[in-house]
Write a protein that binds this ligand. Structure first.
Ligand SMILES: CC(=O)/C=C/C=C(C)/C=C/C1=C(C)CCCC1(C)C
Ligand SMILES: CC(/C=C/C=O)=C\C=C\C=O
Ligand SMILES: [Fe+2]
Length: 542
């Protein structure tokens, strides 16, 4: 069968903004390679596009920038520390343009707050994949929608691809999704390949090198959303051939992962894709949805209609519950079909008659069992808004109830009227002190319809079932990240930070008071920034 390829026939011509000026030797290589490949005509087009197109979907202007940031408004005196955000920031190399938002080379953005002032920086992560692409002027590794550079023509090439992909040598280490401070002070960036675990310096944004796991747990894939606390790092390693996930734990200060338990997927022939999972104080909750890895697609270096997945609704949806102490599966229930990337939080709902745990609650951003969100994130779709076309899939805050008493099925319900957040909810954060506990507030990207991507921020009150929204026409805000005020006792005592890209070539960090959801400050970069995914907060040690 011919390999399916989801490229759009009228592929958008990406505005290239290739005025890189790296100072490192790699930066110099980057500069030479890029300038050599960009014609004057392209540079003029880039300059025009910069002013008129949304910077969210364009390459970052320079490979590296660092400087003081202009502050409009008032930064709280208590806000001392660094906000780091990871995401793709370079989708074009030489003549090659990536197809999907998840393919772009990782770009870190830093904003450091100190006594009411702010400095900032951005820089690409110097992964092997990025460096090879810069030197060769085209991608050299398998990315999310980018196939292996060697197209399987002969049997020998096919065999080489299978070996390269299963051994991991051809897989990308482009850590472009998340960033976490580990309990021991190191800062790690990740995507879904194991080799993408990369350590960075949160101040200079230098790539320090690979995070080397000191164990023998083989497997090319990992979760990009580990649960990281001061004491541990909990993650999942998908087991493509034995239809499951290993649940592993690494203590802070160590590089050695230890297997805690194993999730056996119940539907389909391959494990369900888990982009994130949830924890309560006692349990780890692993979702299994019918968007399953296409192991043959990945190994044969072919794209399926869902890129690297198959959508197999008849294989069902399940929630698996693992005890954090023993690693044993204590429940595995069938639930209504669902499609979710991000779990918001989970907790144990205690029964009235004592401390026996009855039901687990797990909340997520859910797409009405429709995986088309994956296709909505192709760059040509993001870059062609189509005036007044409402093309973005609807999403809701959905709540699972998972019984622990042996009942074989769980429930799924919509928590609040999705119209209050524009039928968009994604890239969520909560007060981290409430992780695994009963909680009330969610901060997330929302939608002001019509739209082809999230374009607002929302604060959802799960108790009152209300939302407060922030929206400004022509702006795309990224994940609103909650930072708690030290010593604060209310769940929403703090600020929310989101980096906004606009059609006016602006890039700024928006700070909202988390309680009122009113704007308190804008901290401006000199130019528009590309979209990014997940951030973290590193408090300044006083
Ligand atoms: C949802 C999200 O933010 C990113 C998802 C990225 C995925 C699933 C990437 C997967 C892969 C690579 C980064 C390299 C090649 C292997 C593959 C599993 C496709
Ligand atoms: C940008 C995105 C999802 C958008 C819509 O659902 C997901 C990013 C995932 C990164 O972890
Ligand atoms: Fe994510």
């Amino acid at each position: 069968m011919a390999a399916y390829h989801p490229y759009h026939p009228t592929l958008y011509t990406a505005p290239r903004t290739p005025c890189f000026s790296g100072s490192s030797s790699l930066g110099q290589t980057v500069h030479n390679v890029i300038t050599a490949r960009v014609s004057r005509k392209q540079s003029v087009k880039a300059a025009i596009d910069c002013g008129t197109k949304l910077s969210a979907w364009t390459n970052v202007r320079r490979e590296h920038w660092e400087g003081d940031l202009a502050v409009e408004g008032h930064l709280p005196a208590w806000l001392n520390g660094t906000y780091l955000r990871n995401g793709p920031g370079l989708w074009d190399v030489g003549e090659h343009s990536f197809h999907h938002i998840f393919d772009g080379y990782a770009t870190l953005v830093r904003i450091s707050f100190r006594r009411g002032r702010a400095t900032g920086a951005h820089r690409h992560i110097e992964s092997e994949a990025y460096k090879a692409a810069m030197v060769n002027g085209r991608p050299h590794h398998r990315e999310f929608s980018q196939l292996c550079p060697r197209r399987p023509g002969s049997l020998l090439d096919r065999l080489r691809n299978v070996i390269g992909l299963s051994s991991g040598t051809m897989l990308s280490d482009n850590a472009n999704i998340s960033v976490f401070p580990l309990g021991d002070g190191r800062v790690i960036c990740l995507t879904e390949t194991t080799k993408s675990s990369v350590l960075v310096d949160p101040e200079t944004l230098d790539t320090i090198g690979k995070f080397r796991y000191a164990d023998r747990l083989w497997g090319p894939l990992q979760s990009t959303h580990p649960v990281v606390t001061r004491t541990e790092f909990l993650t999942l390693l998908p087991d493509l051939f034995r239809r499951g996930h290993r649940v592993v734990r690494m203590a802070a200060g160590s590089n050695e992962r230890k297997v805690l338990g194993r999730v056996h997927c119940r539907g389909g022939m391959t494990p369900g894709w888990v982009h994130s999972f949830a924890v309560t104080e006692k349990y780890i909750i692993v979702p299994e949805m019918p968007l399953r890895y296409s192991v043959t697609g990945v190994l044969k270096s072919e794209l399926t209609p869902w890129y690297i997945f198959d959508w197999v609704p008849e294989s069902g949806s399940y929630m698996h519950v693992i005890c954090r102490l023993t690693g044993k599966t204590v429940a595995s229930v069938e639930v209504p079909l669902f499609m979710a990337l991000h779990f918001i939080n989970a907790y144990e709902q205690r029964e009235d008659d004592g401390d026996r745990t009855g039901v687990l609650i797990a909340d997520c951003c859910e797409y009405y069992a429709d995986p088309s969100i994956i296709k909505a994130l192709a760059l040509h779709r993001l870059r062609s808004p189509g005036i007044n076309k409402d093309t973005f899939p609807d999403a809701r805050v959905a709540r699972f109830r998972i019984p622990l008493d042996g009942t074989p099925v769980g429930e799924l319900e919509t928590v609040l009227d999705p119209d209050v957040h524009g039928r968009g909810v994604e890239l969520c954060s909560i007060n981290p002190a409430y992780q695994g506990k009963e909680y009330r507030y969610v901060y997330a990207c929302g939608a002001q319809r019509p739209c082809n991507f999230f374009n607002s921020l929302t604060k959802i009150d799960l108790v009152k079932k209300e939302a407060k929204n922030w929206y400004e026409a022509g702006s795309v805000p990224s994940e609103p990240f909650f930072v708690a005020r030290p010593g604060g006792t209310d769940e929403d005592d703090g600020v929310v930070i989101s980096i906004v890209s606009t059609t006016q070539d602006e890039g700024y960090a928006l700070l909202l008071d988390a309680a009122s959801f009113e704007e308190i400050a804008r901290v401006r970069f000199p130019y528009g920034l590309p979209y990014g995914f997940h951030g973290c907060w590193i408090p300044k040690k006083i």
